[in-house]
Design a binder for this molecule. Sequence first.
Ligand code: NDP
Length: 277
Amino acid sequence: MTVLGLGAMGRALAEAALAAGHPTIVWNRSAGKADDLVARGAVRAATVTEAVRAAPVVIACVLDYPVLRDLLTPAAGELAGRALVNLTNGTPDDARRTGEWVAGHGGDYLDGGIMAVPQMIGRPGALILYSGSREVFDRHRAVLDVLAESDHLGADAGLAALYDLAMLGGMYGMFAGARHAAALVATVGGDPVRFVEQRLVPWLTALLPVLPSTAEADDPADSSVAMQRVAIANIIRASREQGLSGDLLAHLLAPIAPPADPRITEDVLRLADRTAG
Ligand code: NDP
């Protein structure tokens, strides 16, 4: 297989493939990043075209889709009969357009979303979500499974990116909430790191089992919705009293209302203002 892109993630992918004994061809814009991989048995390609030509499956993992397209355009003539497995982060439409472009050059396309950091690649706990060509997924399953646990979501090439971004959205929501919580504690002289370690992590861990029940919008007639709105308004008000913005919470907690109801943020902020007065 070929690996295009030897940033932190591409290197981890190439290392895992090599460690499992798969012949691995590598290319990177900064050629020196391939040196230690070559010392361990990888073959360095001089150009992207040479790299694509060298193997039936090409794994691409670069910064973004514009970079990917710039790199692959001169090598498009080599894609016929080959499979591009693209693990570059992007949107569902980026993935679908790239799949059509590859198909237009006679190649097969499998898109992937990496749910891991580089240190996890090749170890238990790493997951890569795939979508697009099931045939490519099945044919190259042995090498894909060396990188991470592999899960094929469906033929729509955009699915992996969509699930990947959905999961990252949940993660960033948690990170943003934790940062706000720590900042609030810091306003009264609390140690934010110790607070997160000793208080917030156990609290969130205890709440994890109820997470699935929060996936659907609440019934606005449910009395707990009114209770939660008051609690959110109090968080916003406390944040403001301590000199922090409460807007982040107001937006993040918008789903505690009928879906796509734009009034919720206004509503909670109005409630915060009213209880402040
Ligand atoms: P890095 O910043 O470490 O590497 C970026 C890669 O893109 C390098 O190979 C770099 O080449 C190449 N690149 C950037 N600009 C250009 C350009 N103009 N022309 C040619 N090559 C270019 O990023 P990662 O390896 O960490 O990430 C790669 C992909 O993996 C991203 O889409 C990222 O979202 C995804 N990913 C990363 C995770 C992580 O934790 N790192 C987790 C999950 C997904 P050069 O070395 O020459 O600069």
